[in-house]
Design a protein around this ligand. Structure first.
Ligand SMILES: [Zn+2]
Length: 283
């Protein structure tokens, strides 16, 4: 397997693999999804009973949703994961940390205190301590409170992996496809405007009424351009390399794509190391 190009832009990454079989890339894809660790809220404590504000007015600690639904929504809110600490091995899983009851290396604590009428958003989660640990997207709606309703909770985030629950899945939309080869046979092109206009991914362009490929990577191999109604059989042929693939994924922002890739590769190689050791230990 060879890697022709790795591109990371914000939360998105694209990689071009050559001389590779699809199952090898798929192993990497699965590792990215299930083995990459991130922080996520997995414990929510709800205040029960009346909630008072500064003026002494009281609110009922009740909402239109069950507590379980609110806890689940909070668990899916992406919270930052310290990539440096993660790579250095300083972030610990719950139960692996040597602290007593939780510390900065194994948990993030949030409080949320809102009174209705209002909509509670992810931005209402206040980190206890480091302000940089605010949720990455402030505009995720959680629940709408009506008059006299209040919500006071304490939430705790821990480190986990996607294999355990989707709340710990940092990588999304991970997929790959063969890279297309598009050939235009100019002598057979009868209606270049129609071919370019019918492409759903805007792959073609016209240059002085001549059909040209503008963006080969955008092609999804739908073969609409090959259709005979579009200006002559054989005007355009599309085929795909069987050993050259483009792989794309994005993260939910809690982790950068580079860290996710490094963790997935580490996890894959660790599995094979265990396998090698098991075979070496055979008598
Ligand atoms: Zn700890």
């Amino acid at each position: 397997m060879k890697v022709e190009k790795v591109e990371v832009s914000g939360n998105k990454a694209s990689i071009i693999f050559t001389e590779v079989e699809p199952h090898v890339i798929n192993a990497f894809r699965r590792s990215l999804i299930v083995d990459t660790p991130k922080m996520a809220i997995d414990n929510v404590e709800f205040h029960l009973g009346a909630i008072s504000d500064d003026t002494g007015r009281t609110y009922e600690s009740t909402t239109p949703l069950f507590d379980e639904i609110i806890a689940h929504r909070l668990s899916m809110v992406p919270v930052p994961t310290d990539a440096k600490a993660l790579m250095a091995g300083d972030l610990k899983y719950k139960g692996e940390c040597t602290c007593d009851g939780g510390c900065n290396n194994c948990q993030i604590m949030y409080s949320l205190n809102r009174r209705g009428p209002c909509t509670v958003y992810s931005r209402d989660l206040e980190p206890l301590g480091d302000e940089r640990l605010r949720p990455l997207d402030p505009n995720i709606p959680i629940v709408t409170l009506t008059e006299d309703q209040g919500l006071l909770i304490y939430a705790t985030a821990h480190l986990g992996i996607g294999k355990t629950h989707a709340r710990w899945q940092a990588v999304h939309a991970a997929g790959f496809r063969p890279i297309p080869n598009i050939t235009i046979h100019q002598d057979k092109v009868k209606d270049p405007e129609r071919i370019a206009g019918n492409c759903p991914r805007d792959v073609f362009e016209l240059s002085k009424k001549t059909l040209k490929v503008k963006d080969q990577d955008a092609c999804i191999l739908c073969r609409t351009c090959e259709h005979e109604d579009l200006g002559g059989i054989g005007a355009v042929t599309v085929d795909a390399d069987t050993d050259r693939y483009i792989f794309r994924f994005e993260t939910d922002g809690s982790l950068d794509p580079k860290t996710a890739i490094l963790f997935a590769l580490d996890s894959l190689s660790a599995r094979f190391e265990n396998f090698i050791k098991a075979v070496e230990d055979l008598k």
